[in-house]
Design a protein around this ligand. Structure first.
Ligand SMILES: [Mg+2]
Length: 219
């Protein structure tokens, strides 16, 4: 399937990266140590740094529109899931990045979703923020970035009128995931324009691990 082959491609790229070691400490240049491919040098990119990755929950980490819809009960939450390859991918990301969930909604429901999805194994308790309905996510975004100076922060979510807008308003990198009922929305103000758009969580690789390298060397 399309998704599987895409995932395998990303996996093999990661293996390639792992054969790079620092040539020296100048200019953050990494050199290929094993001559697998005629790629002489690549620049250090975001893969080697720690980023803050702030994820929305509904229709970002799992497909809420498909799996729950708008009217659902506490019991319905038992049936939601994230495909195993995406869980593995998130675990992988969590080894190299600071991972956060910032979700808005009813505390009990959102907690139960996180538990059922198995996300408690990936996101630490203190990095899971459930924002009450009458508040907005911007304050939490500010707190996270204030506590981690010098670290690049990406906000990943499906709502251009929420996380994308708030992220843009405070100068974060914004990634819109085209999932669920809000994927049809078009930006009404410049702040609702994301920096990037993706369709699947695993597409984050294209953004975090340097686009150019993918396009030129693995097309
Ligand atoms: Mg959402």
């Amino acid at each position: 399937m399309e998704k599987d082959s895409n995932y395998r491609r990303l996996e093999s790229l990661k293996n390639l990266y792992e054969n790079y070691i620092p040539a020296d400490n100048l200019d953050n240049i990494y050199k290929l140590t094993k001559q697998i491919q005629p790629i002489p040098e690549i620049k250090l990119n975001d893969m080697f740094r720690f980023n803050n990755l702030i994820f929305d929950l509904d229709d970002t980490l799992y497909s809420k529109t498909e799996q729950l819809g708008d009217d659902y009960s506490f019991e319905d939450i038992d049936n939601i899931n994230i495909p195993i390859e995406e869980i593995d991918y998130l675990k992988d990301l969590s080894e190299k990045n600071n991972m956060y969930i910032v979700t808005k909604g009813d505390e009990t429901l959102q907690r139960r979703k996180i538990e059922v999805l198995g996300l408690e194994d990936i996101f630490t308790k203190e990095n899971i923020h459930i924002v009450p309905l009458k508040e907005d996510k911007k304050e939490i975004f500010k707190e996270i970035t204030k506590g981690t100076p010098g670290i690049k922060t990406y906000v990943i979510g499906d709502r251009i009128d929420s996380e994308i807008q708030y992220g843009n308003e405070i100068g974060l990198e914004t990634i819109r995931i085209m999932k669920g009922k809000y994927s049809e929305m078009t930006p009404q103000i410049p702040e609702q324009e994301p920096n990037y758009e993706i369709f699947e969580i695993i597409n984050l690789d294209y953004i975090l691990y340097n686009n150019n390298f993918f396009d030129e060397d693995l097309a």
